[in-house]
Design a protein around this ligand. Structure first.
Ligand SMILES: O=P(O)(O)OC[C@H]1O[C@](O)(COP(=O)(O)O)[C@@H](O)[C@@H]1O
Ligand SMILES: [Mg+2]
Ligand SMILES: [Mg+2]
Length: 322
C-alpha cells in the first residue's frame, strides 16, 4: 500500500507543504495514542477553564491544542496559527509560507464515553503583506485553502486529506506509524436516504428546516416518497467521515435557542476544511444559501450554519430555504 509522502509528491504537492502536513500528522499520531490509552493516560474529564467561546475545556482539548501548537511553532513552517482553544491568533515564523487554523479536538463531549473524536485542520498561504502577529491574517475565504483535512480517532485512526486534487483517505498503520492510502478517490453519492441533525433542537429551528426534516420523517407516505435513516455522532469529524464513506446530509442549522449564538460550528477550522473535503469528493457545502468556501470571514471564531453532503440532497434542502 502507498504511503502518504509519495502520493502527495506525485500530485505535485510542494515540499514545504508536504513537510507542514507531516508536522501536523506527527502531533495527530501523539493525540491518537493518548486517546487510545483513555483513562490510562489520565486525559479524560474536564479542566476548570473555559475557552474564549465560553465552552468548558476538556483535558484532551488542552493537551491536543498544546501538542499541535508546540510542534507547528517549533517547525518554522507556519507564519501564524489559529485554534479553537486559543483566544487570538499566535504568531510563528515571519518568513514562513503558510498559516494553519485547527480544531485540535472535535467532538469533545465524546471523550469521556470512548466514542469518536477528531482533529480538523485548514492550511492557507500566508499573505506576504501582513505581519505574523496581524490578527487579520486569517481573513481569507475558504476557497483559498491549499490543503484541508481531518484525523478521525476511531477504532482505526484515519486521515481524510485534500490538496485540491480530490479527497483521499489514509489509515494509520500502527505497526510502522505511517498513514497508508486506503481510498484514492472519495466520491460522495449524489443521492441519499440518510441525514444527520441534532433533533433535540427541533423546536428552535427556522421554519424551512422544520419543513425539510418533517418531510424526510414522513417517509414513503410523505412528499419525498422514500424512507430516511438518521444518524448523529455529536462529532463533526465522525459525521463528515460517514458522508465521505457512503453519502448523506449533515446539517447544523441556524436556531433560535440563544439569540446571541444562532450558529454552532466555526467557519475557519470546522466548516471551511470540511467544505473543501466534501466538495473535492463531489459533494456540496452551504451556510444558509451561501457556498461555505465563498464566505469572507470577519473574525477567527466566527460561527456559521452548515449543510453539507450528497449534492442532490443538499440542493433539495436548500430549495426549502429559497
Ligand atoms: O452538542 P451537539 O449539538 O450534539 O453538538 C455537536 C457538535 O459540536 C461539536 O462537537 C463542536 O466541536 P467541538 O467539540 O470542537 O467544540 C461538533 O463536532 C458536533 O457536530
Ligand atoms: Mg469542533
Ligand atoms: Mg474542538
Amino acid at each position: 500500500m502507498r504511503r502518504l509522502p509519495p502520493v502527495l509528491i506525485e500530485d505535485g504537492c510542494p515540499r514545504d507543504l508536504l513537510s507542514l502536513i507531516r508536522t501536523i500528522l506527527a502531533a495527530c499520531k501523539e493525540i491518537s495514542f493518548r486517546v487510545s490509552q483513555g483513562e490510562l493516560s489520565g486525559v479524560l474529564g474536564s479542566t476548570l477553564d473555559e475557552n474564549i467561546q465560553g465552552e468548558t475545556q476538556k483535558k484532551l482539548d488542552v493537551l491536543s491544542n498544546q501538542l499541535l501548537k508546540d510542534i507547528l511553532l517549533e517547525s518554522g513552517y507556519v507564519k501564524a496559527i489559529a485554534s479553537e482553544e486559543e483566544d487570538y491568533t499566535v504568531a510563528g515564523n515571519p518568513d514562513a509560507e503558510y498559516i494553519v487554523a485547527f480544531d485540535p479536538l472535535d467532538g469533545s463531549s465524546n471523550t469521556d464515553i470512548n466514542s469518536l473524536v477528531g482533529t480538523i485542520f485548514s492550511i492557507m498561504k500566508a499573505p506576504k503583506d501582513k505581519a505574523a502577529d496581524d490578527q487579520s491574517i486569517f481573513m481569507q475565504a475558504g476557497k483559498h485553502q491549499v490543503a484541508a483535512g481531518y484525523v478521525l480517532y476511531g477504532p482505526s485512526t484515519m486521515l481524510a486529506l485534500t490538496i485540491g486534487k480530490g479527497t483521499r483517505l489514509f489509515t494509520l498503520d500502527r505497526t510502522h506509524g505511517s498513514f497508508l492510502l486506503t481510498e484514492d478517490k472519495v466520491a460522495i453519492p449524489e443521492d441519499t436516504k440518510e441525514f444527520a441533525i441534532n433533533a433535540s433542537n427541533q423546536r428552535h429551528w427556522l421554519a424551512p428546516m422544520q419543513n425539510y426534516i418533517a418531510d424526510c420523517l414522513a417517509g414513503e407516505e410523505g412528499p419525498r416518497k422514500k424512507n430516511f435513516n438518521m444518524r448523529w455522532i455529536a462529532c463533526m469529524v465522525g459525521d463528515v467521515h460517514r458522508l465521505l464513506c457512503r453519502g448523506g446530509l449533515f446539517t447544523y442549522p441556524e436556531d433560535t435557542k440563544n439569540p446571541e449564538k444562532p450558529f454552532k460550528l466555526r467557519l475557519l477550522y470546522e466548516a471551511n476544511p470540511m467544505a473543501m473535503l466534501v466538495e473535492q469528493a463531489g459533494g456540496a457545502a452551504y451556510a444558509g444559501l451561501d457556498r461555505i468556501l465563498d464566505i469572507e470571514p470577519q473574525e477567527i471564531h466566527q460561527r456559521v450554519a452548515v449543510t453539507m453532503g450528497s449534492k442532490n440532497e443538499v440542493e433539495i434542502c436548500l430549495d426549502y430555504h429559497k
